[in-house]
Design a protein around this ligand. Structure first.
Ligand code: UDP
Ligand code: MG
Length: 339
């Protein structure tokens, strides 16, 4: 069998809840807000237990933070929910941290959320309800609007999604974030994907199942600044595009065809002009423009191919995606436990 059957993880609402929920939180220099986030999540866990009979676990992944994140994470108490702290050997990036969290999650369903307070814990109840009550497998969130973002950035985002979704069977929803909940069978599916260059949003959408979108208003960062600036976002986009879709290569072929046809037509028109008027066409400027266009386009296309070859190389080396330097866990206090 070349596909994977995860249907035995299909469950009724009651079963779903009994498998519990792991909340995966990547942390990079989030020491300043971690204690308050943890308190809010503890409160959330109690609510989830009362409302859905859901047992929760927290998986904090310290992605090689340079501040006191790890020291604080170690001291966090497991009151209403189990707490795991996974510390990576260096900063591997958010995608790797999410993967580490996914690998360590022990409960059935998994919720991914940022550690900077931008993903409102208050929304989690709604996400869980879509999973348990309505039976959705992937509950993803999207920014309700981008009105506060610069115009150019919005254009870039639009361009990125139209390119990555070009010709794709399963479209990646525009504006969807990493704040999402996966049901046990969706988690099982995601765990089957072996690639090292991971683009989480893309993979979580690619697996299929019943998906639903929830719009939300992202909060301001609780402290500090975002680790993603224009350069790293550009890097992430190239990473996402080339690890997830072959659209850029198709684009290259298409551009090649267009340029070649243009050149062919241009050639015909020159011939036509020479035969009808008998004049020789002065060619230097058009020659230069043509040369430079073709040279530039070729370099860009070689660059694009280089990106893909780099991906092939890193898949081929098959290095681990991350290393765990330290792992600790605390079990929730007994009176709060349901299992
Ligand atoms: N993060 C991480 N490793 C990194 C960069 C970020 O684990 O190398 C975490 C960070 O701690 C936060 C989440 O990823 O919990 C999102 O990061 P950030 O808020 O900087 O990104 P933005 O919200 O601007 O997309
Ligand atoms: Mg953030």
């Amino acid at each position: 069998m070349l596909g994977t059957d995860v249907s035995d993880l299909t469950t009724t609402a009651a079963d779903a809840a009994s498998q519990g929920l792991s909340i995966v939180i990547p942390l990079y220099n989030e020491g300043a807000g971690l204690t308050s986030l943890h308190e809010r999540l503890n409160g959330l866990a109690s609510t989830l237990r009362q409302r859905f009979g859901l047992a929760c676990e927290l998986v904090y992944v310290d992605d090689g933070s340079r501040d006191n994140t790890l020291a604080i994470a170690r001291t966090l108490q497991a009151d209403a929910l189990d707490v795991q702290v996974v510390s990576l050997s260096r900063n591997f990036g958010k995608e790797a941290a999410l993967m580490a969290g996914l690998d360590h999650a022990r409960r059935g369903a998994v919720l991914f959320m940022d550690g900077d307070g931008q993903h409102p814990p208050a929304l989690v109840e709604q996400l869980v309800s879509h999973w348990i009550k309505d039976g959705y497998d992937v509950v993803y969130t999207a920014k309700a609007h981008r009105d506060n973002e610069p115009f150019l950035r919005r254009v870039a985002v639009r361009g990125f999604y139209s390119l990555i979704n070009w010709g794709a069977r399963q479209k990646i929803p525009e504006d969807a974030g990493d704040f999402r909940l996966l049901s046990p069978r969706a988690v099982a599916a995601l765990r089957q994907l072996p690639e090292r260059n991971r683009f989480f949003k893309g993979l979580a959408s690619w697996i299929g199942f019943r998906q639903i979108r929830v719009d939300y208003e992202p909060a301001a960062r609780a402290h500090g600044v975002t680790t993603f600036n224009v350069t790293s976002l550009l890097g992430l986009s190239i990473e996402g595009l080339t690890s997830f879709s072959v659209a850029p290569l198709r684009f290259a072929s298409l551009l090649g065809i267009l340029l070649a046809s243009g050149a062919f037509l241009f050639g015909l028109s020159i011939l036509w002009e020479t035969f009808t008027t008998g004049k020789s066409v002065p060619g230097y400027p058009s020659l230069m423009v043509g040369l430079m266009t073709i040279g530039g386009v070729q370099l860009i296309m070689i660059g694009i191919m280089g990106e893909y070859i780099g991906k092939i190389l890193s898949e081929l080396k098959a290095r681990p995606i991350y290393f765990v330097a330290e792992h600790s866990e605390k079990r929730a206090k007994l009176e709060a436990r349901s299992d």
